[in-house]
Design a protein around this ligand. Structure first.
Ligand code: AMP
Length: 283
């Protein structure tokens, strides 16, 4: 595995590969890597000639300063895991490498409706930051294939929109990969490392709620199941931010189950100071 820090060095290496007709698979991450990230790297290895994984905790996508400051950083362990997964190129830039003209440079992206609901509504500025960093990383790596997790369902839609807004200059294909979970159903997440042991035990409640929404979709009304989930989460020490269902194709929010549509249930909730999100396709 080769490790790069600067744009010039990685571009030099990748442009050579591109000239040889090799496909480049890209997995952008914020580090504190886990098996969920591993599944993306392994999928990218299966599908492309060279896998690039970036590790960069992007300051511009944190709407909450404390969340940024306590975001876990496990550099040595990340490198060891990337080696184990067979990643060929690791990109570990600093803020100045990603934003040489400062963090406020660059234009705003019009993500429209996507920016007004769920994560867009609850985390103002978050998707602008995500768009800014992914746009910049795409311009550095110029990947043929981009691998992202369904765990961040809305983010995948935002990135698909970003590719459209940028007129997809590298003809990048977005691959959305299934959510990897712990044995009790909790979606793997770097933020899980911040949970105390009792919080970690309770955290699986989010997945239990998603499964309950899925299992009751043809028998109950959503408002009843939603109330049950909100109560259950609150009883287990969560502060729920939303328990919602939406059309999985465009994320338009639904008042009630609609078997004619492809649906997704989405939950965001805080336990202590740790904010967790998860989702499940319903049908
Ligand atoms: P992050 O480091 O949290 O920004 O995540 C980097 C990428 O890994 C994103 O595309 C995430 O959606 C994806 N990812 C995070 N957690 C999981 C998971 N449990 N299963 C699959 N992909 C994941």
């Amino acid at each position: 595995m080769i490790i790069f820090k600067t744009e010039a060095d990685i571009q030099n290496y990748l442009s050579d590969l591109r000239l040889k007709g090799k496909s480049i698979g890209f997995v952008p991450t914020m580090g504190a890597l886990h098996a969920g990230h591993g599944s993306l790297v392994i999928k990218a290895k299966d599908e492309t000639d060279c896998v690039v994984c970036s590790v960069f905790v992007n300051p511009t996508q944190f709407n909450d300063k404390v969340d940024f400051e306590k975001y876990p950083i496990t550099r040595e362990a990340d490198l060891a895991l990337l080696l184990e997964w067979g990643c060929q190129v690791a990109f570990f830039p600093d803020v100045e490498d990603v934003y040489p003209n400062g963090m406020n440079a660059g234009s705003e992206f019009d993500f429209g409706y996507l920016n007004t609901i769920l994560e867009g509504e609850k985390r103002p500025g978050h998707f602008q930051g995500v768009g800014q960093v992914v746009s910049r990383l795409l311009d550095i790596v110029k990947p043929s294939d981009l691998f992202m997790g369904q765990k961040d369902f809305q983010q995948c839609m935002v990135i698909q929109k970003l590719l459209e807004l940028k007129e997809n200059p590298y003809q990048t294909k977005l691959h959305i990969c299934p959510t990897v979970r712990d044995a009790d159903g909790l979606a793997m997440s770097s933020r899980n490392k911040l949970l105390s042991e009792p919080q970690r035990t309770l955290a699986a409640t989010i997945y239990q709620c998603l499964v309950s929404i899925q299992s009751k979709q043809s028998t109950d009304s959503f408002s009843v199941v939603q109330r049950e989930c909100l109560d259950l989460l609150t009883n287990k020490d969560f502060i729920p931010e939303y328990v919602s269902i939406a059309d999985a194709n465009n994320l338009s929010l639904l008042e009630d189950f609609d078997a004619k549509r492809k649906m997704v249930a989405l939950i965001a909730a805080k336990i202590g100071s740790v904010r967790l999100i998860d989702n499940l396709l319903l049908n």
